[in-house]
Design a protein around this ligand. Sequence first.
Ligand code: SF4
Ligand code: SF4
Length: 276
Amino acid sequence: MTMSGSARPEENSKTTPPKPRIAVLKLASCDGCQLAFLGLGDKLLELSGQAEIVHFAEAGPLGPLTGLDITFIEGSLSTREDHDMVLSVRKESRFLVTIGACATSGGIQALRNLASGPLLSSLYPSPEVIDFLDQSTPVASLVPVDLELWGCPVTGDQILLALRSLLFGALPPVQTDKVCLECKRRGIACVTVTKQIPCLGPVTLTGCGALCPSFDRGCYGCFGPAENPETSSLARSFSGLGLTPAEIARRFLFINSNAPAFREEGRRWQGGDPHE
Ligand code: SF4
Ligand code: SF4
């Protein structure tokens, strides 16, 4: 373990270097990404031998968010409390990592950013008791983030890969491929070519192992936009497959509606076919 520096051999018998301190913080979210963390099972137990998990609401510990080596954040910035907590935890963390679509793009709850009219009062009997921010936004809109893990939820493999690197003071390799490439690597027949199913795989970041196409379903973009996504061409091909402009808009304005590439394409189709 290298985060806290290495003691000289003669000191090893006297003092044990402190274990790296890890926190998993929850903001506005469904807890699914924390569950992906918990789903690591035995590997999580192994981690708890190598590091001190000081704060992880879903697992039990609720220690102070101070002096942290790695902080994972689940959930979007939706309330004043979220905002203040993130500012504070950024100062206290060596590495700050977002886990999941909520923390990385604003999540499904960012659909409220597109709504007009009094949405909160139609959902909550007493919205005034919660100090809502005007919009649901990603953590990176407020503070620098060292690593963003996409997905709804993230996978245990993403978390393990990140932990293995971060515990040694390095960032893990970043994925930039699209889901389509994962289908090719796994020998999964393209659902659009073979079954005319609309699929966001050509513009979506890989990392899920092409999960939905492996079950004959189109990707709905939970890992967010890939590098250089050709959203405009894909939207036109959806039109060719028979989707209405409103249906095309909804494909992009879904789990990652606040990710700029998806938001812009979705908005272009909201008022009808932009090419007519
Ligand atoms: S990214 Fe998805 S699974 Fe994770 S907390 Fe948000 S809604 Fe839940
Ligand atoms: S195929 Fe798309 S929607 Fe399905 S898990 Fe992967 S990224 Fe998410």
